[in-house]
Design a protein around this ligand. Structure first.
Ligand code: SF4
Ligand code: SF4
Length: 336
């Protein structure tokens, strides 16, 4: 048993209320108990990477620094933050040797409206403070990436945020609004939309500049096409909820019995799988019949999509077998 990464939802608490965040669907905003974290830590020698974040702001977890320290002693460690507490924690995160940090950002004009709870200049102040702290310590880490979730409201500001990344020598990760849970979030997306072409042109120009400027730029596809498996790596990664429940990805980790998805204009409610909890021991949960069956479906889809029969169109055009039921309507399976 070895894993590419563990993602740990150290808290579900957040002081912000971003317009596209599914946290508006649930009231349970609990922190992970440190005992649960320690149970997960018993398996840290089995993973290459640990990402400390779920549906909440990790820097609100009361014992986040202890968690970073323990994780960092075992694997490459990072987290995603909304930036609200970055200034307060910058020095400690540098001192503990956090490997990477992703800071969510929108454009100067649109940030406050989309990421409600902090304005653009406060996020920048946090990032600048972190850069200063790295300089003071003479440290290369944490590696900083700005993460920009593209919507119809903010895509015209991608270039100005890219310029900022160049100026501050950070990376820039563009993401799609992939957790589409109602018509409102569906209408905010830029993929599969009339904006896709315009956004593609902006990204193409920036990817050429990124190469010249030596800036790390990552961006997703803007057209949904079914793939054999999603990039959440469900066969080699694990997400632990704040309660220690075990899931293959964050999209199934929402604290709801049924997950709302709005896929290609159609609303659906998808039953969430129950694979188990860290209290049952990771080996038992990972090796359970249901979890093995879930992973086997993806392996079979990968095998099928690589077969000559499929490539020559002799096995039909649809990837078979169908994805697990809990993955129905998930845009991640369509490269988004
Ligand atoms: S900062 Fe993150 S967790 Fe908090 S509301 Fe925004 S998207 Fe959700
Ligand atoms: S397809 Fe979606 S729901 Fe299924 S494992 Fe991948 S990210 Fe999770």
């Amino acid at each position: 048993m070895g894993f590419e990464f563990f993602q740990i939802e150290v808290t579900r608490n957040c002081s912000m209320s971003c317009v596209m965040c599914p946290s508006q669907l649930f009231k349970n905003k609990s922190d992970m108990d440190f005992e649960i974290f320690e149970m997960i830590a018993n398996y840290f020698d089995k993973t290459k990477l640990i990402h400390l974040q779920g549906w909440g702001e990790p820097l609100l977890q009361p014992r986040i620094l202890d968690m970073v320290k323990i994780s960092r002693e075992n694997a490459v460690t990072g987290l995603t933050t909304n930036g609200v507490y970055l200034k307060r924690f910058a020095e400690d995160l540098v001192r503990l040797g956090l490997d990477y940090i992703a800071v969510s950002i929108s454009g100067e004009k649109t940030h406050a409206g989309i990421r409600r709870g902090i304005n653009f200049s406060q996020v920048l102040e946090g990032v600048e403070h972190l850069i200063e702290s790295k300089k003071k310590e003479g440290s290369e880490s944490p590696r900083i990436n700005l993460t920009f979730l593209m919507t119809v409201e903010n895509y015209k500001e991608i270039e100005s945020v890219f310029n900022l990344a160049v100026k501050m020598r950070t990376g820039l990760v563009l993401t799609n609004l992939d957790c589409v849970f109602d018509d409102k979030t569906y209408n905010m997306r830029v993929f599969d939309s009339r904006k896709s072409e315009e956004v593609s042109k902006i990204i193409k120009g920036l990817s050429e500049r990124a190469e010249r400027e030596g800036i790390f730029l990552k961006y997703p596809s803007l057209t949904s096409v079914e793939s054999p498996v999603c990039d959440a790596m469900p066969d080699s990664a694990i997400v632990f909820s704040a309660e220690g429940d075990i899931y293959p990805c964050v999209y199934l980790n929402l604290p709801l019995d049924r997950i709302p998805r709005y896929f290609r204009g159609k609303m659906m409610l998808v039953e969430k799988p129950k694979f188990g909890n860290i209290c049952d021991g990771l080996d038992g949960v990972w090796g359970s019949a249901d979890y093995r069956k879930f992973r086997e479906i993806f392996k079979e889809r990968i095998r099928m999509s690589k077969s000559w029969r499929f490539r020559l169109g002799l096995g039909g055009f649809r990837i078979k077998p169908d994805a697990p039921r809990c993955c129905t309507g998930c845009y991640k399976l369509y490269g988004i």
